[in-house]
Design a protein around this ligand. Structure first.
Ligand code: ATP
Ligand code: MG
Length: 343
């Protein structure tokens, strides 16, 4: 296999909690391994607070990791100092959920898109204008948009500008953190389609952070499921959507209707009760055991499951109840559309 574009090993990010609020640490990311190959689109999914954005921000070094390593094209960038970060900024870009707050309100669209080219002294004068216009065209905006200010754009147009700015340096990796969740449903699909077209055209790799599993299924080749700072399952899109092994992944996916009515009738929608536990004081052993309908005690409470490969297809699961041949408990089997599991 060719060298990964991104290789994350044992990544940890802990935030300190103020003494006035009881002290301690927020274990936001607590041992994440993930790699992304050239041209791969990898989805990162999980409930709110599971640590997805923190992973993304560590990769672009908006946050300094507590431990572990991050390599971009084989080069360790985990603790790069300010000057060396310049090079990283050319290769890796991040787009955010809210295009309104991520664009400078006092800058015209043309200047917003031109800024990275200027900062890295890649183009100026007519060449700069030409490259900005080309990039705007790629994201479906005409050159007349150059002189508009962000508040004069629709949400969808603003996210197009955000994408243009992120991609104008032709990075090899894009971190897209919920790029459509702040948008009107009617424009979400057009931005998702645009992202896929741009990826095919420009060939960058992408970590696509999302709540929307349908978008992940449409866009991504591979999916990683996160729960309380850890990846609990990772596999190809086909495998994950057809045969999720981890009980947490099964509950997430049970919310999506299946196209096959007889199969759908056989399946329960699993609704997990209670919020995700606090990352200040995560449960012992398997972090999911307090909400897992099939947890076996004391095993799941006392022992930390490792993310291990099974089934020989690059499918990895961190669950004591998943066997080496890939057999796993199915928590969605049986009649009835809905089941609540009290913890
Ligand atoms: N700067 C910070 N200081 C302290 N705690 C933080 C900080 N940033 C994030 N956290 C905490 O870390 C945990 C993970 O947050 P993160 O934003 O990575 O989750 P997420 O999976 O992206 O959630 P969402 O789906 O809501 O965006 C949360 O409990 C959050 O409150
Ligand atoms: Mg987030």
């Amino acid at each position: 296999m060719s060298e990964p574009v991104l290789e994350i090993s044992g990544l940890r990010k802990y935030f300190d909690v103020d003494r006035s609020r009881g002290g301690g640490k927020v274990y936001a990311v607590d041992g994440v391994d993930l790699s992304i190959g050239p041209g791969e689109m990898v989805g990162l999914v999980g409930e709110s607070g599971s640590g997805k954005s923190t992973v993304g921000k560590c990769v672009v070094r908006l946050l300094e990791p507590t431990a572990g390593s991050i390599k971009i094209h084989g080069r360790d960038v985990t603790h790069l100092r300010q000057r060396s970060l310049r090079h990283l900024r050319r290769q890796v870009h991040m787009v955010f959920q809210d295009p309104h707050s991520s664009l400078n309100p006092r800058m015209q669209v043309g200047a917003v898109v031109a800024e990275p080219l200027r900062m890295h002294r890649i183009a100026r004068g007519k060449d700069l204008t030409r490259r900005v216009d080309e990039m705007l065209e790629r994201v479906g905006l005409g050159p007349e948009m150059r002189s508009r200010y962000p508040h004069e754009l629709s949400g969808g147009q603003r996210q197009r500008v955000g994408l243009a700015r992120s991609l104008v340096l032709e990075p090899s990796l894009l971190i897209a953190d919920e790029p459509v969740s702040a948008l009107d449903v009617s424009v979400q699909a057009s931005i998702i389609n645009l992202l896929l077209d741009l990826q095919r055209d420009m060939g960058f790799s992408c970590l696509f952070i999302a709540h929307d599993l349908a978008a992940v299924e449409f866009l991504c080749n591979r999916v990683a499921v996160m729960y309380l700072g850890r990846i609990v399952e990772e596999s190809s899109r086909e495998e994950l959507f057809k045969h999720p092994r981890h009980p947490y992944s099964q509950s997430l996916l049970s919310a999506i209707p299946l196209p096959d009515p007889p199969v759908q009738r056989e399946r329960k929608r699993v609704v997990l009760t209670g919020d995700i536990p606090s990352p200040v004081n995560p449960p012992s052993g398997c972090h999911f055991h307090t909400r897992c309908p099939v947890a076996e005690l004391p095993l799941c409470r006392d022992r930390d499951p490792e993310l291990i490969a099974h089934h020989g297809q690059g499918h990895r699961t961190a669950c004591h109840l998943v066997h080496a041949d890939g057999t796993a408990p199915d928590i969605t089997k049986g009649a009835g559309p809905l089941v609540h599991h009290e913890t």
